[in-house]
Write a protein that binds this ligand. Structure first.
Ligand SMILES: NC(=O)c1ccc[n+]([C@@H]2O[C@H](COP(=O)([O-])OP(=O)(O)OC[C@H]3O[C@@H](n4cnc5c(N)ncnc54)[C@H](O)[C@@H]3O)[C@@H](O)[C@H]2O)c1
Length: 296
């Protein structure tokens, strides 16, 4: 595999394009928004500058990485000659199914179609194409250039060969791939989201405050950040939608989203991206200030 297309140049797409380009792949970065593409290139440049400052790469490495990326607003142009597509567009089932239907007709027969979805069934996505054996999950973690894990999700029909190729490709990127089967939440979110939900329930039931719950998990379990802070970083709307996927997929009430989470999302308190969640983020992300409504 030499030529890669990344669809969607948001938070994840720009990080995925960054690591492929830095490893020497030619990357076609595609987004419907030219503003998003511009922003992605400037984010990648900024992140590369940070690596230069830490003396991990040189100015020449930065230029070579940026030269490996070409941007497109037309998907047909961007995917026609590639060996692999990594789709990282907005998390929306209808959107992803429509993108994969189009990719199936636009891409070469041998092209592998991967998605970075956090929660949508790989089997369902594979089923809208005529190549379900070549459809696979490459679930990178945020921030992509830093986080080592890639959860590799096999749909019901994903072939052994495609899985092995994507595992070894992920290693080439300097990542650690872990193979998992296609069930709701895969492994990462199936374990993480119930923990976050339980932390929200503990707050909702008045067991402890925001700062106290996060401190227990940070100092008691050596987590780098507490579950409520992490939920704010992920986005409370994203947490809610993944919990709903678990709840619907397993039909088990243990995954039912906490009513407090539902209320916060409906009120537009989505965490860092909206300026307020369990913490207040209007002053930046350095200092932890508990949101006004959760102060005792
Ligand atoms: N943010 C995270 O922490 C995280 C972690 C792991 C996986 N994911 C998954 O990665 C994917 C992307 O998430 P994100 O956080 O980067 O989202 P984002 O909102 O930051 O970016 C999505 C981008 O997709 C673009 N887009 C929408 N429709 C498109 C189309 N038809 N063609 C091309 N581009 C299109 C949007 O313009 C936007 O720039 C989702 O599937 C999400 O579940 C996110």
């Amino acid at each position: 595999m030499n030529n890669i297309a990344v669809i969607g140049s948001g938070t994840m797409g720009n990080g995925i394009a960054h690591v492929f380009a830095q490893t020497g792949f030619a990357v076609n970065l595609i987004d419907i928004s030219s503003d998003a593409l511009e922003k992605a290139l400037s984010t990648i440049a900024k992140n590369l500058d940070r690596q230069i400052k830490k003396e991990r790469i040189t100015e020449e490495d930065k230029n070579a990485t940026l030269q490996n990326i070409t941007t497109y607003t037309d998907m047909a142009d961007g995917v026609k000659d590639v060996d692999l597509v990594v789709e990282a567009a907005t998390e929306n089932v209808e959107l992803k199914l429509s993108i994969f239907k189009q990719l199936d007709t636009l891409c070469k027969d041998e092209c592998i179609l991967a998605t970075n979805t956090s929660s949508i069934s790989l089997t369902k996505i594979g089923a809208v194409t005529n190549r379900p054996s070549q459809v696979i999950g490459m679930h990178f973690m945020n921030p992509v250039p830093i986080m080592k894990l890639v959860e590799i999700i096999r749909g019901y029909k994903t072939s052994d060969k495609v899985t092995a190729d994507i595992m070894s490709l992920s290693e080439k990127l300097g990542k650690v791939p872990v193979e998992v089967k296609d069930y709701p939440g895969f492994v990462a979110n199936r374990i993480l989201m119930p923990m976050i939900n339980e932390a929200i329930y503990s707050l909702y039931e008045g067991v402890a405050g925001v700062h106290e719950i996060d401190t227990v998990m940070k100092l008691g379990m050596a987590h780098p950040m507490g579950p409520l802070q992490l939920a704010d970083f992920i986005g409370l709307d994203v947490c809610l939608s993944i919990l709903n996927v678990l709840y619907d997929g397993f039909g088990n009430s243990k995954y039912a989203p906490c009513p407090l989470l539902v209320n916060m999302v409906e009120a537009g308190h989505l965490g860092v991206k909206s300026g307020s969640g369990f913490y207040s983020w209007n002053h930046g992300t350095k200092d932890l200030v508990v949101a006004e409504e959760f102060k005792k």
